[in-house]
Unconditional design. Structure first.
Length: 258
């Protein structure tokens, strides 16, 4: 590991950190010496992730948060700043998936996607950005659904497109503080979220296998694949990269990406 990319002395805050991409990112940051502040609504899994990082020799602090609640998000950031003094990276990662269906979502479905995938990210950034140190980084978990048309996923795609627009605008606004803002855009990833969308392990596996058959690299992503991209974008090694939507999709975007 390049010494310049070592996380020693650096603090990162990750939401949705108890499973999937967020959990993998937490371990990846900790493995590079970062102190990791973990936020998630699932307190039991949050404690498990925190303990696993500590057992591996890393530094982590788990704090329960509901990103739909502005006061809960403010409390998360306040607790992190009180404990660690500031932030070097913020990774708004908490999100929910969608069951593919025609454009017939209920009001409850729409509200849930907007509250978690979009409003939750905005709440976190409103609270955290003032505490990000000069030269820091923000890495937003978006999706290839924000770059490519996807039948049956219009509302989900709308939230991810919004995150890309949010991140690009913030990249300009925060540039005078040398804070970089980038988006990581995964394709299909083998996470608990995708399994919950498909309803069962068997259905999720069939869907992922079908995806892999049409993927240029012949597979779907594991959470660790996305985590490595997140850590890179947060690191000094990416110090001249900002406003980018980085696809982690095995080449799917080569067949129609913008």
């Amino acid at each position: 590991m390049d010494e310049a990319d070592s996380g020693s002395g650096r603090v990162v805050l990750i939401t949705g950190a108890a499973s999937g991409i967020g959990e993998a990112a937490a371990h990846a940051f900790a493995g590079r010496g970062w102190t990791v502040a973990l936020g998630d609504v699932d307190e039991e899994r949050l404690r498990s992730t925190e303990e696993a990082i500590r057992e591996a020799g890393g530094s982590a602090a788990g704090i329960a948060v509901d990103v739909r609640d502005r006061s809960s998000v403010d409390g998360l950031v306040s607790a992190v700043i009180h404990r660690f003094g500031g932030l070097d990276a913020v990774c708004p990662n908490a999100g929910i998936g969608f069951a593919e269906r025609p454009f017939e979502q209920t009001a409850e479905d729409v509200d849930a996607l907007l509250e978690v995938n979009l409003r939750g990210v905005i709440y976190l950034l409103l609270a955290a950005v003032p505490h990000v140190r000069e030269g820091g980084a923000i890495v937003i978990t978006a999706s290839t659904s924000g770059l490519l048309a996807h039948e049956g996923g219009a509302i989900y795609a709308a939230t991810k497109i919004a995150l890309i627009g949010l991140g690009r605008s913030l990249a300009i606004e925060l540039a005078p503080r040398s804070i970089r803002v980038n988006m990581v855009c995964p394709g299909a990833v083998n996470t608990p979220m995708i399994r919950s969308v498909w309803g069962s392990e068997d259905e999720a596996r069939r869907a992922l296998d079908e995806y892999a058959q049409g993927n240029p690299l012949g597979r779907f992503a594991e959470p660790e694949d996305v985590a490595r991209a997140i850590v890179f974008l947060a690191s000094p090694g990416a110090r001249h990269i900002t406003g980018v939507s980085l696809r982690v999709d095995g080449g799917d975007g080569l067949m129609g990406a913008v």
